[in-house]
Design a binder for this molecule. Structure first.
Ligand SMILES: [Ca+2]
Length: 390
């Protein structure tokens, strides 16, 4: 219909009102495969979509260039009831090289003045054009991101990201934070992030995030962060991180109600300051890191079940549950460790500052199965129990 409207418009010299439906960015002046900037054209397509109350903004196959704007971020604001859709990996939205000469540029996000809701972003390839090989403090523009849904003043609700390939971002490939609710990231692919792959934060009203079926490809830069990362959760509730493939770690803290399940991770799973946390059925292979492979600090209500935790000679500890240190009053509290397979160079399980712990039915491959320090009320089926060392 859009094409017919355009032809009629040309023949009759009149403007046909926009139809609900597709807003093809090339019909608004975007041109693929050249160096011409396409930012204004795509903005105009989004504005037309917004004026119609929503619809689908279509990015055909080809590379389209996005540049910095007057205000910092996000560059493309997705209005409510809008799908931003490409044809898959061949539909590329790419930062102009100059974008990475400064910081705080985000490619796609919510309108700054209004928030957004009912948004789908799918079948796209986002390229951040980063050329920094690794993070260097003060030099790497670490806040330049692909997706950035964050709004201090307005709600961002029901955002679904599907089949998006995001690479070469000097900050995060995708980030969700303040005022986000009902966020789904499904079947997305990441590569070459200098900060995090998928970053999730929150605010007291943030809730209900699902990240599933995502993976990072082999990197040609040195990521400084994790494949999936929850940071600055600020009261975030209900996060599910399920069935992802992570070349870097999963780090997640400060969430009430979180499931980390069925992921394969090369690196670590680390979580601090959570409550009501389930870690189950993950396969975690220690990467080139040392220390404990899975580390869970000052968590209240923690179930660690059915995981395969594989350390190397660099990992003295497989699973480390801790709390109540000089830095935190909260112990690791109400902890169930059951049915895991754990290997490590020294201790399979280490408890430090943990209270109310039940350990049962684990298959442990380590010189010493259990180390306890500053624990209370630990029930274990490990025979013979390892004596407390302190
Ligand atoms: Ca162009």
């Amino acid at each position: 219909m859009k094409l017919i409207a355009t032809i009629l418009s040309l023949l009759l010299g009149v403007t046909i009102p926009a139809m609900a439906g597709d807003y093809d960015i090339t019909e608004f002046g975007a041109t693929a495969g050249d160096q011409s900037d396409d930012t204004t054209a795509i903005e105009n397509a989004l504005t037309a979509c917004a004026d119609a109350g929503g619809g689908t903004v279509f990015v055909p196959a080809g590379t389209f260039i996005l540049s910095r704007r007057d205000s910092e971020s996000p560059i493309l604001e997705i209005p409510p009831n809008t799908t931003l859709r490409g044809e898959g990996a061949a539909s590329i939205l790419k930062f102009a090289a100059a974008v990475n000469q400064s910081n705080f540029w985000r490619m796609i996000g919510a309108p700054v003045k209004a928030g957004t809701k009912n948004v789908v972003i799918r079948d796209l390839h986002l390229d951040g054009s980063n050329t920094h090989p690794e993070y260097v403090k003060g030099e790497t523009p670490e806040h330049n991101a692909g997706l950035w849904f964050y709004n201090k003043d307005h709600v961002i609700e029901n955002v679904t990201v599907v089949n998006v390939f995001a690479e070469n971002f000097s900050g995060d490939c995708m980030a969700f934070s303040y005022n986000c609710r009902s966020i789904t990231v499904r079947d997305c692919t990441l590569r070459n992030f200098i900060r995090q792959g998928i970053q999730m934060g929150g605010s007291p009203s943030s809730r209900d995030y699902l990240v599933t079926g995502c993976r990072d490809l082999e990197h040609s830069v040195k990521p400084g962060g994790s494949t999936i990362h929850v940071e600055h959760a600020r009261g975030l509730k209900n996060v599910i991180i399920e069935n992802n493939q992570c070349r870097k770690s999963i780090l997640a803290g400060g969430v009430d109600g979180m499931i980390i399940r069925g992921n394969t991770v090369t690196g670590k799973i680390v979580g601090n300051g959570n409550s009501n946390l389930l870690i189950s059925d993950n396969i975690v292979r220690a990467g080139d890191n040392s220390g404990a492979v899975v580390q869970l600090g000052y968590t209240k209500g923690l179930t660690i079940r059915g995981n395969t935790i594989l350390g190397t000679e660099n990992n003295p500890t497989g699973l480390y549950v801790w709390g109540k240190s000089r830095y935190n009053d909260q112990p690791g509290e109400d902890v169930l460790i059951s049915g895991n397979q754990i290997s490590a160079a020294d201790h399979a399980i280490s408890l430090n500052g943990a209270v109310n712990v039940r350990i049962s039915g684990n298959l442990l491959n380590a010189p010493r199965p259990l180390l306890q320090r500053r624990t209370e009320n630990v029930t274990s089926d490990l025979v013979p129990p390892t004596p407390d060392t302190e």
